[in-house]
Design a protein around this ligand. Structure first.
Ligand SMILES: Nc1ncnc2c1ncn2[C@@H]1O[C@H](COP(=O)(O)OP(=O)(O)O)[C@@H](O)[C@H]1O
Ligand SMILES: [Mg+2]
Length: 237
């Protein structure tokens, strides 16, 4: 396993937002965490990325215990987070946002240029908008930029928090196609989604979070047939 999370507990103050969370992401896999609003998905991702340190449990990444490792070191070790709401730097241009993502290679401008070229090949829309401030992009373009910015550090694990949020269905299709392409190029993906339809179509395995705990897990095909998942997350669609 590239990522192994064992019995993780994360809390804001006294109240635990996630309890006894255990899951893994294998090398080359796309794994999804699905669940409703407030289930603890973002909190779990913060734990994985090191933005929050756990009260209990253990996180192993790429053969190393990273449980107490701060976020910036975890980023250098190969964990990239695309946060909920994308959080591009609105006043910076598309290119400047990408350069920020390439902090790991700040002493190697050639490498940064190569990675920016690669991002723009993947998303030609970003090339057209290189000099435009990120705040003026559409939601879909901002998601493409946030994803590309995360890839500038050439992560081993890409963590995406609700990439579909607030985007039109056609744009969502584009984003999920890109996530699959990134995965096929060798990056493992941990995909957090409220939209179980998209998530279960994209990932190979999944875990269902409810009020801070994992209540079901399995292959996405099996989860699609799971009665609880059908009732709570897939509706009648
Ligand atoms: N910054 C915070 N301070 C206090 N409580 C929070 C904070 N962020 C989230 N929570 C609480 O933690 C729980 C899990 O939230 P979150 O991880 O954001 O869920 P999800 O991403 O699945 O919607 C919720 O009860 C939420 O209210
Ligand atoms: Mg969230």
């Amino acid at each position: 396993m590239l990522l192994e999370v064992e019995n993780l507990e994360l809390a804001y103050g006294e109240v635990p937002a996630c309890r006894d969370i255990s899951f893994g992401v294998g090398e080359g896999e796309i794994v999804t965490l699905i669940g409703s609003n407030g289930a603890g998905k973002s909190t779990t991702l913060r734990g994985v990325a090191g933005a929050m340190l756990p009260r209990k449990g253990r996180i192993l990444f790429n053969g190393e215990d990273v449980t107490r490792m701060p976020a910036h070191r975890r980023a250098l070790a190969g964990v990239a987070l695309v946060p909920e709401g994308r959080r591009v730097f609105p006043a910076l241009t598309v290119r400047e946002n990408l350069e920020m993502g390439g902090f790991k290679y700040r002493n190697n401008q050639g490498k940064i240029r190569t990675l920016i070229d690669r991002a723009m090949e993947m998303f030609p829309r970003l090339r057209e908008r290189t000099g435009q401030r990120a705040g003026t992009l559409s939601g879909g373009e901002q998601q493409m930029l946030a994803l590309s910015r995360a890839l500038m550090s050439e992560p081993l694990l890409l963590c995406m928090d609700e990439p579909s949020l607030g985007l039109a269905p056609m744009v969502v299709q584009d984003i999920f196609r890109s996530i699959r392409a990134v995965n096929q190029a060798g990056t493992s993906v941990l995909l957090v989604e409220q939209n179980a339809h998209y998530a279960l179509e994209t990932a190979s395995r999944g875990y269902v979070l409810q009020t801070g705990a994992i209540i079901a897990s399995g292959s996405c095909d099996a989860l699609k047939q799971d009665q609880r998942v059908k009732e709570a997350y897939l509706g009648r669609k």
